[in-house]
Design a protein around this ligand. Structure first.
Ligand code: BDR
Ligand code: CA
Length: 313
């Protein structure tokens, strides 16, 4: 029996692609109910196209893919082509997928799935801006008890931001949505840059996946090599952090990580701090914890897991 029933909400995205592949390579532990996409790294037309392409590449045309929010709740869309390329999957030759996009909006799909799930609940894994999840929170609060947990990639506290000195892309892209999700009352586990900067792939990892895996793994291996100038020399030549697959790796191997329960709020107004995740490490606010913040990641362990699993595809 699988231990996690999940909906994967994402904006593929080179590292989102690895999260999708790791999920599809792990059917013993994870039942992927559906993929929902959001505008983020690239516009919605490309994130939904890329999600369908990746399902086909990984041999899972049965996974329903639903498109969601075209833009953040209140702000203009921001993208990250400098990190992911114009297609969102730079380095991969993207074939036009033939599996269909589902008619149902992602927010309705998530809501209906939660409503039908009963006590067992559904885990929401979020690897992009939190617009879709926030819309579920505000439009359908009655289904929230059926959210077993939210595992998200976003935010930063200790290592400095990647879009501003204090903000990370997914939270900064839609801070109002992130604020709503952090306040929703369900269990949240956060893979911020504090954790994902400990999971760095380098040229050896891509080479290992190429030598171990079949045709699919060989195509995906390019995603373990850096592209673009987003990192600005932070990680050493040829190295790149693997943000989004950390969420799925945690479901598969929680012992690879350490976390601390903390109160977290999102800055939605600051002139210099918009999109900052403000973590109360020392309990100075007196607020109860609303999230588990991952502080340590076994980078080698995560890379080994990723390579071993994706090589199976
Ligand atoms: C996050 O932003 C996106 O560019 C990546 O896909 C990841 O989800 C990292 O800041
Ligand atoms: Ca992403």
């Amino acid at each position: 029996m699988t231990s996690h029933r999940i909906i994967l909400d994402c904006d593929p995205g080179r590292d989102d692609a690895l999260a999708i592949a790791l999920t599809l390579a792990s059917p013993e532990e994870i039942e992927l109910i559906g993929i929902t996409t959001v505008a983020g790294n690239v516009p919605l037309e490309l994130t939904q196209r890329n999600a369908r392409f990746l399902c086909e590449l990984c041999g899972h045309v049965d996974v329903p893919v639903h498109a969601g929010a075209r833009r953040p709740l209140t702000r203009a869309p921001v993208t990250a082509e400098e990190v992911h390329g114009r297609s969102g999957l730079e380095g991969l030759e993207v074939d036009e997928p033939s599996m269909p996009l589902q008619d149902q909006h992602a927010v309705d799909f998530i809501t209906e799935t939660l409503r039908a799930s009963g006590e067992e609940g559904v885990t929401l894994v979020a690897c992009g801006p939190l617009t879709n999840i926030a819309m579920v929170v505000s439009d359908a609060p009655k289904v929230l008890p059926n959210v077993r947990q939210i595992v998200l990639m976003g935010g930063v506290s200790r290592v400095g931001g990647n879009v501003t000195p204090v903000a990370e892309f997914n939270i900064h892209a839609d801070p109002e949505a992130a604020a709503a999700v952090f306040a929703c009352g369900r269990p949240i586990t956060v893979f911020s840059l504090d954790a994902t900067y400990q999971v760095l792939s380098g040229p050896d990892h891509a080479g290992r996946l190429e030598s171990l895996g079949g045709a699919t793994a060989q195509r995906l291996a390019c995603l373990l090599r850096p592209f673009g100038g987003g990192a600005k020399g932070r990680f050493g030549p040829g190295h790149t952090p693997l943000h989004d697959p950390c969420t799925v790796a945690w479901l598969l191997r929680p012992h690879l990580f350490e976390a601390q329960s903390v109160p977290v709020v999102v800055e939605t107004e600051g002139a210099h701090t918009l999109g900052a995740t403000v973590v109360d490490w020392w309990g100075v606010t007196g607020e109860p914890p609303n999230a588990q913040w991952v502080t340590k990641a076994d980078g080698d362990g995560v890379l080994d897991l990723l390579i071993e699993r994706i090589a199976r595809l």
